[in-house]
Design a protein around this ligand. Structure first.
Ligand code: FES
Length: 101
């Protein structure tokens, strides 16, 4: 059953940036898109690059190894309906980020 886990302070992931954490054994990337935190798998499904090291433009992250792009708000590649990444529910409690895993 999924549980909420504290991750880090909200201020540690400013808008336009990303950071990855291991939560409940999962490597999860947290992206701040215009002040809202989104959490998806950090490991690119193509060949395993850390997506948190990718270039972030709006809601899109570009994988640092082969440049596939993912929408971090949906877990999908642009123009595709099928999810490529697991999207994790995020909660903000006070100034802390929590994620449900
Ligand atoms: S490892 Fe991400 S696009 Fe290849």
């Amino acid at each position: 059953m999924p549980q909420r886990h504290p991750v880090t302070a909200l201020a540690s992931i400013p808008p336009g940036s990303a950071q990855a954490f291991t939560v409940a054994g999962q490597r999860i990337a947290f992206f701040n898109v215009d002040g809202k935190i989104h959490a998806v798998d950090d490991t690119c499904p193509h060949a395993g690059a850390p997506l948190s090291d990718g270039r972030v433009q709006g809601c899109l992250v570009t994988c640092p190894w082969h440049a596939i792009r993912f929408d971090v708000t949906t877990g999908c590649m642009p123009g595709q309906a099928e999810k490529s990444l697991t999207v994790y529910p995020v909660f903000i409690t006070g100034d802390q980020i929590e994620v449900e895993v």
